[in-house]
Design a protein around this ligand. Structure first.
Ligand code: DGJ
Length: 739
């Protein structure tokens, strides 16, 4: 509920368990009042009354006034700390007054309150709106507060969209040029957040290719700390979400945790600041690195949404809010309705570039026999792509690989009862390709400089509308011709030479081009599904999830490494979006040997996929695969739709226990994997959560064998008894269902 008190000019945004309030001060600035937990007994109508002195220090406190917590901090309006926006005007919008020297550009911005509106709509996702259908279209309120510069022709609208049931406020800014000259914004975040002082424990993730999502818990100290990506994808080295809490007063299940996640898949930045006042500020949005925003007269620029929220149930509660929000408001629902994510087979680890009709049909037949529902042919099916040195960009089925074309394979896959998926990497080109030979100017490069290749490839210049158009026609034609149900959309390099006809706007133009391609393809082919992949987990964020169905979290499929990668992933993103493959016993990347049980235990924590060379497995092994796949199909609705409780984390006892529980408590999946287990130690048995105390649950194992029955009360107090024989690599997955 949004409330405005016209007397005190105070805005209150009341959500399920949290409030957010700010006030217009005597000089018409928006000044933050507070963001926190609502008292448990507070009714809907209870609001913060505002304060007579919104910020008690006036100009006479010369060194203190800069700490005023403006909702939008602008360069030039009394702060020496990080600002939300910095603008440049090439001229003054009125004649010079006496005593004023003419020196342009004018490099400051003053924003003063003008008016507000509250819109109630059922727009899916965030701003900018992607237009694709989502599961929950219950109308939501958006507060739009219009601020104008008293002198310059510039309007900034601060937007707040509320999803009260998840205590989430989406924040974004709209920059409007109402004058006659272009305005340049040196930087513009989507929002600046003011957190209570002491909120210094930061949870974020870092990593690299094949080691994504490593959880890092650190302590903010006075000064600033930057987490960012400087490429045209989200990046492997960090991911745009964070949790913040007072150290020691929040944990996995309890305590107040502030969280934020950026809905953007390009060059992004979070700046965390601890001020000398101990206040914590978080600025999130576009990365200002090598990038400005020019808004021409009459234009409006909308920033990506910064999804922010507050959990009263610790880090776990923050994850569950983000998960539910993503499932309900972000993920697109394909035209065939929202079903459970299918079990996928992907050919990459089995056949790499060595594809043929024969080997794919062989894999497809075995895949169908063990229960796979979607068969995806990976890299190597097109042009001269027999290795990663040539052919990328020539998205035409290779007659060397499929002499009869792709149609017979597609027909066979469909005859086997599976859907057909295809790997593409549309943003890239190998210099050794017909596309590059025809259009050498279509790649990012700086004239007169060498074009640095990475994995032998260059990046197409999405600053050219004709490139994006060309790709749309090509991809759309592929979908139509081969009845493609699923694209695995890859992107395998970083951008280090962003020379584009779009100038520095390329950082945003690339992301916009990718989004528009995906959105248009989905509109043109409403049953098409897309998986985002960027050399594993390089493009995972709430922006890409608004137009894809799932993501590939990492190229690393080693079960032990997956424990950590997936735990980090689970902080922000729901299991329903995480494709996870079972591959060979002997992992090709880490050389580690793991049991089938452990590999499945990890892969069923997301959307199960298979990547093994099925032709090299014995019948006994294939029977094992089939039995686990059947088990997954029995429980996947709980994993894909349920609430996640991380009952035990790897950093606690070297074991990870996830419980997925349907919101009504009728079913749950208990999943334990052990990474390390010092001999002679005992791992405590954590109580389960979210069940019904007075219900009796039937507990079955992976084979469907009934193990025991127990009451919800018993399970939520004593938990499951651990076993003395636990060892690194031990796993246990159980299904609980009310009798
Ligand atoms: C990187 C992806 O992450 C892999 O799964 C695979 O598709 C290769 N690219 C293909 O080149």
């Amino acid at each position: 509920m949004i409330h405005f008190d016209a007397q005190t000019r105070t805005f209150n945004l009341n959500l399920r368990a949290s409030y957010y309030a700010f006030q217009v001060d005597a000089e018409d600035r928006l000044v933050h009042l507070g963001w926190g937990r609502r008292p448990d007994d507070a009714g809907e109508e209870q609001v913060v009354a505002g304060q007579s002195a919104v910020f008690p220090f006036d100009r006479s406190w010369s060194f203190v006034v800069q700490f005023r917590p403006d909702e939008i901090l602008t360069f030039g309006d009394v702060t020496t700390y990080q600002t939300t926006i910095k603008a440049r005007f090439p001229s003054l919008s009125r004649p010079l007054a006496e005593g004023e020297a003419s020196h342009v550009p004018i490099r400051d911005l003053r924003l003063r309150y003008s008016e507000y509106t509250i819109a109630t709509d059922s727009q899916p996702g965030y701003a900018p709106v992607h237009g694709l259908p989502v599961r929950d279209t219950t109308p939501r309120q958006t507060l739009r507060v219009v601020l104008v510069d008293p002198v310059q022709s510039c309007t900034v609208t601060a937007c707040y969209r509320l999803t009260p049931e998840h205590d989430i406020i989406e924040r974004w800014l709209e920059l409007e040029n109402t004058g006659r000259d272009a305005i340049t914004f040196d930087h513009c975040y989507s929002a600046s957040l003011h957190l209570p002082n002491g909120c210094t424990e930061l949870t974020s993730v870092n990593g690299s290719w094949a080691r994504e999502f490593c959880i890092q818990r650190s302590q903010l100290t006075p000064g600033s700390h930057v987490v960012e990506s400087r490429t045209v994808t989200t990046g492997h080295n960090a991911n745009p979400f964070f949790f913040l809490n007072n150290p020691g007063s929040a944990g996995e299940h309890d305590g107040i945790v502030y969280f934020g996640a950026l809905a953007y898949s390009g060059s992004w930045q979070f700046t965390f600041e601890q001020l000398p006042t101990w206040d914590i500020r978080v600025h999130g949005g576009y990365n200002p690195f090598d990038s400005t925003i020019t808004v021409v007269p009459g234009d409006i620029h909308r920033t990506p949404a910064f999804v922010t929220g507050l959990s009263t149930e610790g880090w776990g509660g923050a994850s569950r809010s983000l998960h539910a929000f993503t499932r309900e408001r972000v993920l697109p629902v394909p035209a065939h309705g929202e079903s459970e994510r299918p079990v996928l087979y992907n050919s990459w680890e089995a056949t790499a570039f060595d594809l043929s009709y024969e080997n794919q049909v062989l894999l497809a037949r075995t895949a169908a026999a063990i229960g796979v529902e979607l068969f995806c042919v990976d890299d190597g099916w097109f042009g001269g792509r027999r290795s990663d040195r040539a052919g990328r960009g020539d998205w035409v089925v290779s007659a060397d690989v499929f002499p009869e074309g792709l149609e017979p394979l597609v027909a066979e896959i469909e005859r086997l009862g599976m859907k057909f998926g295809l790997w593409v990497e549309p943003e890239m080109v190998n210099p050794d390709s017909d596309l590059y030979r025809a259009h050498p100017d279509w790649v990012l490069h700086f004239p007169g400089r060498p074009r640095t290749e990475s994995r032998n490839q260059l990046v197409l210049d999405f600053g050219r509308p004709e490139v994006v158009e060309y790709l749309f026609d090509l991809l759309s034609d592929l979908v139509r011709r081969y009845r493609i149900a699923f694209f695995k959309w890859d992107m395998n390099r970083m951008v280090t030479e962003p020379g584009s006809v779009a100038g520095t706007a390329i950082w945003r133009a690339h992301v916009k081009g990718v989004y528009s391609l995906m959105d248009r393809l989905r509109e043109a082919h409403p049953t098409l599904e897309i998986q985002s992949c960027s050399g594993g987990g390089g493009r995972i964020d709430l922006g890409i999830l608004a137009r894809t169905d799932q993501v590939w979290a990492s190229d690393n499929t080693d079960a032990f490494d997956r424990m950590r990668i997936q735990e980090g992933f689970s902080l922000a993103y729901p299991a329903r979006t995480m494709e996870a493959w079972v591959t060979h016993e002997h992992n090709h990347m880490t050389r580690r040997v793991t049991s089938l049980q452990l590999r499945f235990a990890l892969a069923i924590r997301g959307v199960l996929g298979i990547g093994s060379s099925l032709d090299s497995l014995s019948q006994e092994e294939l029977d094992g695969y089939a039995s686990y796949i059947a088990f997954y199909k029995r429980i996947r609705h709980v994993i894909q739709q349920g609430h996640l409780y991380r009952l035990q984390r790897l950093d606690e006892y070297g074991s990870s226990i996830h419980e997925y529980c349907l919101p009504d408590g009728s079913e749950a999946v208990y999943s334990l994997v052990v990474e390390t287990h010092p001999v002679g130690s005992f791992r405590p048995d954590p109580p389960l959560r979210g069940l019904r105390s007075n219900a009796i649950y039937r507990i079955t194992d992976e084979q469907g064998t009934e193990l025991e029955s127990a009451s919800g009360y018993q399970l939520m107090t004593l938990g499951f008894p651990g076993e003395l024989k636990e060892y690194p690599g031990y796993s246990r997955t159980m299904h609980l269902k009310i009798r």
